[in-house]
Design a binder for this molecule. Structure first.
Ligand SMILES: Nc1ncnc2c1ncn2[C@@H]1O[C@H](COP(=O)(O)OP(=O)(O)OP(=O)(O)O)[C@@H](O)[C@H]1O
Ligand SMILES: [Mg+2]
Length: 424
């Protein structure tokens, strides 16, 4: 700092003081001024200053970034070693007194940087302009050797400029690798979804023929079948075909959802009609499983501006789960009602096997089915709930699941007020 380290006061020495003679005990007889204590305080202040400035030098040295301070006349006041090491071919200029313009010219002349469209003059001019108007916002500079520096310039208190240089080459590389990997994954995922969509479509046409003809045979539409066993087989073909078709439809839906190609065909949908048609589809299964199904729809019936097929699919998925995962003697309820704030809720509840908190989260991921031995006994692909959630979300609705193992499950799909139409 160019300042003496400490002032020492030797109290045994008698000094000449301007306002009186200093006594050996350090006080002046004339004014009672305690010079020794004053000098002690000054010493302490210098010691503190020294410690602070050492700390500051340490901080600047170990800041982990290139650091430089430029005076208001654009000359270098100080910089740390990192700054010098980052640009070794300019290190000889990184000494106090070098002008910013000189450093800029040398960076170009020594082929350190990559010039833009403005060429040599343009690059230097832009650099100096940035130095004169420091914004505090980082900008990137590309070096000839492939490195990328982020430079931030801040206005210093004295009108000079503080520079902070960070080597972001690695970070930028990681960022670009990640972006590349993400793009590739998205392309792969899109082709997978497109493949699934096409295959599913191709499978449905022949399958519909199989189901249709099996139906005709099971119903003996063109005349009686000789052996009753054959009629039973025809019914099995129809049922298995129907099951396969439902599965293919689910996969097709999932593929559409994942490829972002889900389009809503919106129209006024009566919730009562949608629920009743779904209840009809699960009645037989419920009867076989000894499960009661109860319907409670508010009157007048809420209506939605929605895609009817999707609303039905939402209800059917929830309802078939409720029936599937409820033991004999249990009860399934489906309700629909307006909420106080104009939203409309469709709620299914059951007294079935229930799920833990973790199982609910898993059930919402495609192809994930609960590990519990009980649910393993039921057929299914694990697509119903994820599809339901996505179809609900496509309508701006959300799916809420609450469940307790052994007690039952409640699934609510809540449509926003903007989807609600005047009740019929
Ligand atoms: N109401 C419910 N009660 C208990 N468990 C349920 C209920 N609904 C869903 N689950 C659990 O969540 C899992 C996922 O449900 P999801 O409807 O997605 O698939 P799935 O019914 O097994 O097959 P899919 O619906 O594709 O035929 C189920 O396998 C089951 O473990
Ligand atoms: Mg299901």
């Amino acid at each position: 700092m160019g300042l003496p380290r400490y002032f020492f006061v030797d109290s045994s020495v008698v000094h000449d003081a301007p306002h009186g003679r200093l006594k050996a005990d350090g006080t002046t007889g004339a004014h009672g001024l305690d010079l020794a204590r004053l000098l002690d305080a000054v010493n302490d202040a210098y010691a503190e200053l020294e410690t602070t400035s050492a700390r500051l030098r340490d901080a600047i040295a170990h800041i982990g970034a290139g650091f430089a301070i430029w005076a208001p006349d654009e000359r270098l006041t100080l910089c740390n070693d990192t700054y010098r090491h980052m640009l070794p071919s300019l290190a000889d200029l990184m000494v106090p007194g070098t002008s910013y313009g000189r450093l800029m010219s040398a960076a170009v002349d020594r082929d350190v940087v990559i010039l833009g469209r403005g060429g040599r003059a343009g690059w230097i001019e832009a650099g100096i302009a940035r130095h004169r108007q420091p914004t505090g916002v980082a900008y990137a500079v590309r070096l000839r050797d492939g490195r990328i520096f982020e430079i931030r310039k801040e206005r210093a208190r004295d009108g000079g400029v503080v520079d902070l240089f960070t080597d972001v080459t690695r970070a930028r590389q990681v960022e670009s690798d990640l972006r590349h990997a993400k793009d590739q994954a998205e392309v792969a995922n899109r082709s997978k979804s497109e493949f699934l969509a096409n295959v599913s479509h191709e499978l449905r046409t022949p399958l519909n023929a199989i189901i249709g003809f099996a139906e005709m045979m099971a119903g003996q539409m063109l005349g009686p079948i000789g052996l009753p066993k054959y009629q039973e087989y025809a019914s099995d073909i129809r049922d298995s075909g129907g099951h396969l078709l439902a599965l293919i439809n689910d996969i097709l839906d999932m593929a559409r959802i994942e490829s972002g190609r889900l389009t809503l065909h919106e129209e006024p949908v009566s919730i009562a009609v949608a629920i009743e048609s779904c209840v009809r589809l699960v009645t037989e299964r419920a009867r076989r499983g000894g499960v009661t199904v109860e319907v409670a729809i508010e009157r007048p019936t809420p209506r939605l501006h929605a895609d009817e097929r999707m609303v039905k699919q939402i209800v059917l998925n929830l309802l078939s789960n409720a029936v599937k995962f409820t033991l004999r003697g249990g009860k399934v309820t489906v309700e629909a009602a307006h909420c106080a704030d104009g939203r409309v809720a469709i709620v299914t509840s059951d007294t079935g096997i229930g799920m833990t908190h973790d199982e609910i989260a898993k059930a919402l991921t495609p192809f994930h089915r609960s590990e519990s031995a009980f649910s393993r006994r039921f057929e299914g692909t694990g697509l119903g709930l994820p599809i339901t959630k996505s179809l609900a979300e496509a309508h701006g609705a959300h799916l809420e699941i609450t469940s307790r193992p052994g007690i039952g499950t409640r699934c609510a799909v809540i449509f926003p007020a903007t989807r609600t139409l005047a009740a019929a």
